[in-house]
Write a protein that binds this ligand. Structure first.
Ligand code: NAP
Ligand code: MG
Length: 488
């Protein structure tokens, strides 16, 4: 692909020629049809229904996947319940060994998992290869280490597992979210029923195969595919002790209503509208990279994306020019090409949602910027987009777009930017770019966000708790906090 030069004075002055560097799919083995993983076996759904999962980059069908109905949900929960007494009373050291084994198996099959993740969900192979899959393995390693040390993690407490956890995950980080959910639950001695998202079930089903291979006692992990109805049936099941949900605020609210008055425990990891704040004393080039990573990582399908940019007024012009110049160099296209920066939008439906927000921006009369180069005709793609001088009241600032769309606002003082950044229904993440440590600390304590990054963005680590305030949900995943949510 030929990269165009841009008009800004800080030119990327070599004309880069990128030869296509597609990752091979020759080693990928996908079955035409996937059943439900219940009680250690793959079982045809009693509902008799299947749905298709496609590759969003070319709209080709990858496989048919079982749709779990109410009876299937019952079977999965029963299998988990049946496995619970033995699993929870097994010496913790032995439980840890299984988790270590799963972690190692993920590492061994990392390439296969990365390619399938990119095929099923549209994310660039560089990201699934370097972030999603290694982090998923890291979560299993991390929680494997805690399994036999719970009394040190929570001194002077007698901790016990909750029982059966229903775990429902979204499509933006399919295997990683499965690892976030399964690893701490198992380390604490719980059994689980996991439901992946409809558009990205394949790596979870591959994980089911891997779990089978690991020799994990049957029924400890059950993986059932389906749509929102399957998720709702799982949440409503009377024999479930805990709901761990990651997804939209809208569905999070439905779940809260449905479990009100029951003894079910819940953690809800919901939407976000992260503020990325750039002060005039920040290292500007690094900050520009941080802005790009903050909003365009994973096509912007990131709950903690830095989707609201706040630039101090004195550096507005230079930051905006540098951002435009950087956009010109981003490669949008085939997720399996190792050069690709921005892959496919996860689904047609999500692409329509994003396009609708682009239309709203136009209707609000906002000035915008997109690179003029073409994007693939087949598949679901969207050019990264900047909107300038956006008002605090704009729908683009207030609502989660979940796509490669950045709104830019300015500020003069620290107090002003804190007020603007906190003026959102969400409270998941924020970023601060400054040369002054004192400023970074001041902001990190006053910003109402579960995570505040300083001079970086979108950094994840299994040891670090993650979660939100307000409409971004409650409960924490990762670190010791992530264990606590699975213990009495
Ligand atoms: P979603 O529509 O809420 O779906 C999430 C999961 O819930 C999917 O598996 C979905 O199944 C299922 N589901 C749908 N309706 C349900 C119901 N009534 N009861 C139970 N389960 C139901 O969210 P999404 O569009 O997939 O994901 C994007 C959202 O997730 C964004 O808002 C994003 O910010 C949020 N997210 C948050 C975090 C975090 O840690 N805070 C992380 C990642 C994503 P289907 O796939 O069939 O719809
Ligand atoms: Mg798919």
């Amino acid at each position: 692909m030929k990269q165009k030069q841009n008009s800004f004075s800080l030119k990327y002055d070599t004309e880069w020629e990128y030869a296509p560097a597609p990752e091979s799919t020759a080693h990928i083995e996908l079955k035409p049809k996937y059943d439900l993983f219940i009680g250690g076996k793959f079982l045809a759904p009693k509902s008799k229904k299947y749905f298709k999962t496609i590759n969003p980059a070319n709209e080709k069908v990858l496989a048919e996947v079982a749709e779990a109905g109410t009876e299937d949900v019952n079977d999965a929960v029963s299998a988990a319940r049946k496995a619970f007494p033995k699993w929870s009373s097994m010496p913790a050291k032995e439980r840890g060994k299984y988790l270590f084994r799963i972690a190692r198996l993920i590492q061994e099959r990392a390439r296969e998992f990365s390619v399938i993740e990119s095929m099923d969900g549209g994310k660039p192979i560089r990201e699934s290869r370097d972030i999603d899959i290694p982090l998923a393995a890291a979560h299993f390693f991390y929680y494997a280490g805690w399994a036999d040390k719970l009394e040190y993690a929570f001194p002077n407490r007698k901790v016990e597992p909750l029982g059966v956890a229903a775990q429902i995950i979204p499509w933006n980080f399919p295997l990683l979210m499965a690892a976030w959910k399964i690893a701490p639950a198992l380390a604490c001695g719980n059994c689980v029923v996991l439901k992946p998202a409809e558009t990205t079930p394949l790596t979870a089903l591959k994980l089911a195969e891997l779990i089978q291979e690991s020799g994990l006692p049957v029924g400890v992990v059950n993986i059932i595919t389906g749509d929102g109805k399957t998720g709702a049936a799982l949440v409503e099941h009377p024999d479930v002790d805990k709901i761990a949900f990651t997804g939209s605020t809208e569905v999070g609210k439905l779940i809260q209503k449905s479990i009100a008055g029951t003894n079910k425990k819940a953690t809800l990891e919901l939407g976000g509208k992260g503020a990325n704040i750039i002060f005039e004393d920040a290292p500007i080039d690094q900050a520009v990279e941080g802005i790009i990573n903050g909003i365009f990582f994973n096509q912007g399908h990131v709950c903690c994306a830095g989707s609201r940019l706040f630039v101090q007024e004195s550096i507005k012009t230079v930051v905006e020019q540098k951002l435009k110049a950087r956009l010109e160099t981003l490669i949008v296209g085939d997720p399996l090409d190792k050069n690709t920066d921005i892959g496919a939008i996860n689904s047609k439906q999500q692409l329509e949602t994003i396009k609708n927000y682009l239309k709203i921006g136009k209707e609000e009369g906002l000035e915008s910027f997109q690179v003029k180069s073409s994007i693939p005709k087949k598949g679901f793609f969207c050019q990264p987009t900047l909107f300038f001088d956006v008002a605090q009241s704009s729908r683009l600032v207030q609502e989660e777009i979940f796509g490669p769309v950045l709104t830019i606002q300015t500020f003069r003082t620290v107090d002003e930017v804190i007020e603007k950044a906190n003026n959102t229904p969400y409270g998941l993440s924020a970023g601060v770019w400054t040369d002054k440590g004192s400023k970074a600390f001041n902001l990190s304590s006053r910003l109402k966000a579960g995570v505040v990054w300083a001079n970086t963005f979108n950094k994840f680590d299994p040891t670090s708790p993650f979660g939100g305030y307000k409409e971004s949900g409650f409960g924490r995943e990762g670190g010791l906090h992530g264990l606590e949510a699975y213990l009495k």
